[in-house]
Ligand binder design. Structure first.
Ligand SMILES: Cc1cc2nc3c(=O)[nH]c(=O)nc-3n(C[C@H](O)[C@H](O)[C@H](O)COP(=O)(O)O)c2cc1C
Length: 403
């Protein structure tokens, strides 16, 4: 995703400057080319040589270091950048950016760039909450400069509150989202369902399954990174919804998932039903906890609405993808489901295989297409499988279908 992208990173004089060393490492690891510019104050915290080694590029610190070529250097860097990170961003740089000051290499380059600028504030909570800093942040946002929300917690200055440098993975994910806005799913709306459902028996008990939601969340993350407006409808999981979702809709029961899907499917370009929706729910839910004494050991069940079938019946322009988890007659059961539910393709987990299925980070699947083509994919990480699935979805989008 970041392969061959050019990320300019401005480092300023915050105590969090050392965290940007790891940030630059992660960006490099993701395939980006990185050029660091440091302010004079930043150099009090970290030596430029450290960033030079990690980024494998010279670090720019002084505007007048090369008097003959400085103008070319800062404009060239401004032009080259696909995205411009200011991380960490001091209260001072935020104020200077808001005022349009260009008194050093970083501020001059920031004024000259057309790349998306992402500012990552890190400062003492009082500096962050100061009305002038808040006014400056508002001003940056109004002018199209992104300002990430700082984290909350213990700060290096000994105070506790808002002002922490956000999690590195979240910053990298955000950069991927920005760069993904120019990718193959730009302007596409993708609806993804994930996780299990919970069907209550009484106020303390429920029927559910082993779905962890990992596959659906990986799909949502990759869809966002590829530029899609992504809606994630999810049953209860332990996962953090990916950054950059267009909408996150948490649900509990199959009935709630049905309603949420029906509300959002109509103008979706793609629907991926990776949730493990319970087929049955309890016919008569008890409002009080069922007592051991006198319980007749029978719970009457009723059928839940079949969301995928309903979508298949109503399908128009949408590319519709289903998932199946089978333990026997894997291919023939899935083929039957593919036809019955009017799917474009179905992703089948063979639960009997090690490394496939619910909770793990890997999966082994077969992809059955509506024209009868059966693909066997090797064992791979769910995040990689998510991209494989999206590659196939892409070929089913109306403008990409073979005539
Ligand atoms: C030990 C120390 C830690 C600092 N940490 C921060 C910080 O986390 N955030 C911030 O906005 N300023 C911090 N400052 C103040 C800035 O370094 C100062 O405002 C400086 O002028 C910023 O310059 P720059 O924005 O050009 O890098 C710190 C200063 C010192 C001495």
């Amino acid at each position: 995703m970041l392969k061959d992208k050019f990320v300019a990173v401005g480092v300023t004089g915050s105590i969090a400057a050392y965290k940007s060393i790891q940030l630059v490492r992660l960006l490099k690891k993701a395939g980006a080319r990185v050029q660091v510019i440091m302010t004079k104050s930043a150099c009090e915290f970290i030596k430029p040589l450290t960033f030079q080694v990690i980024s494998q590029n010279p670090v720019i610190t002084d505007m007048f270091e090369h008097p003959v070529s400085w103008e070319v250097a800062h404009v060239a860097l401004a032009d080259k950048a696909d995205v411009f990170l200011v991380a960490p961003a001091t209260a001072n740089i935020i104020a200077k950016m808001a005022a349009g000051i260009a008194d050093d290499m970083l501020t001059s380059t920031l004024l000259a760039t057309k790349a998306t600028i992402v500012t990552v504030p890190a400062m003492n909570v009082k500096m962050y909450e100061n009305a002038i800093t808040q006014r400056n942040i508002k001003c940056l946002r109004k002018n199209g400069i992104e300002v990430l929300e700082p984290g909350e917690g213990d700060l290096a200055c000994g105070y506790s509150g808002k002002g922490r440098f956000p999690e590195l993975d979240d910053i990298v994910a955000h950069i991927k989202i920005i760069l993904g806005k120019n990718s193959d799913f730009k302007y596409k709306k993708i609806l993804i369902t994930a996780g299990p459902t919970r069907e209550p028996i009484d106020p303390v008990r429920f029927i559910t399954n082993h779905s962890s939601g990992k596959m659906g969340y990986a799909l949502a993350e990759k869809a966002i990174q590829r530029g899609a407006n992504t809606i994630l409808i999810s049953g209860p999981t332990n996962l953090k919804p990916p950054l950059g979702l267009y909408k996150y809709i948490p649900i509990e029961t199959a009935e709630e998932m049905f309603k949420a899907v029906m509300e959002h499917y109509l103008d979706a370009d793609v629907i991926i039903k990776s949730a493990a929706v319970a087929d049955f729910s309890v016919k008569h839910q008890e409002t009080e906890k069922i007592k051991k004494q006198g319980f007749n050991m029978n719970i009457e069940l009723k059928k839940n609405p079949d969301i995928l079938q309903e979508l298949g019946n109503r399908k128009k322009q949408q590319v519709l993808i289903g998932f199946a988890a089978e333990t026997t007659r894997v291919v023939s059961n899935a083929q039957d489901k593919l036809k019955r539910k009017n799917l474009d393709f179905i992703v089948v987990n063979d639960l009997a295989q090690e490394g496939a299925g619910f909770a793990g980070d890997t999966n082994i699947v077969k992809i059955l297409h509506k024209d009868g083509w059966v693909e066997e994919l090797p064992k791979m990480l769910k995040v990689d499988l998510a991209n494989e699935i999206l590659d196939r979805v892409y070929s089913y989008l109306p403008q990409n279908r073979a005539l």
